[in-house]
Ligand binder design. Sequence first.
Ligand code: CO8
Length: 260
Amino acid sequence: MRTIKLENQGQIWILTLQRPEALNALSSEVLSDLAEALDQLEEKPFSECRCLVLTGSGEKAFVAGADIKEISQMNQEESVEFAHKGQKIFSRFEELPFPVIAAVNGFALGGGLELALACDFMIASEKAKLGLPETTLGLIPGFGGTVRLSRSVGLNAAKRIIFTGEMITAVEAQAMGLVSQVVKPEELMATAIKVAETLCARGPVALHQAKKSIFGTFDLEKEEAMEFEAQRFSELFSTSDIREGTAAFLEKRKPAFKGS
Ligand code: CO8
């Protein structure tokens, strides 16, 4: 994997996009490398992986979008193939069985913001700028941006961001709920790791079921959604983690979850 680095600090994995000469733009090669990283991450048991942090290398950018040079050469058939490839990969991040944090260190534009939107939440540097500037190129977001942004911030804010193509600051993004925390650039990774450590201490199967319930109920009618949640809830009663978590509370100690 030439364009990304995948490393770990215990059960926390860190995926860094490293194509700083193009502000980490998503070329076909980057997308293939992301798919390869996902192949590895999807295989990892909870004993090895409980949280993923995604970030960009260099001072300037998380990811400045899909690679505009490549897009400029595409015909219609290639463009739909590229959109499907990106959408599929981003959905695989969304569906990972553990939480994924986007540590947004700089520009998160176009496909870059779409990638961050497929993460469970974003922590951003004060320097970060976020946006979907595709309409400035005569395009629209094609890696899930029109779908995920409106679900995340609501229709009106999403339309403003997509139609104007203008960037917003990390503080503005936090005000609309898009970003959970804004920190100084030098504190970004330490903050993301600290949040990841908190998540590592929670029941991993519980976090997985919570993700499934949050995504799985989004489009359901209320009664059906409640039943879906009840099923995810009850599945946890076949795990040792529920016994451990409740026993630890009663015995006034910290739980040692096994993820089974
Ligand atoms: N693609 C390719 N190269 C890029 C990209 C990009 N998205 N962004 C920056 N670069 C390159 C520049 O071309 C430049 O390369 P070089 O030095 O060889 O000229 C280098 O990175 C540094 O960039 P700048 O000199 O422009 O740096 P500035 O600090 O002046 O500006 C910006 C930084 C504001 C981030 C500016 O680079 C910019 O506007 N970039 C493009 C942002 C953008 O429009 N992103 C959306 C792309 S389209 C998209 O993401 C669609 C996703 C859905 C695809 C669906 C399938 C078809």
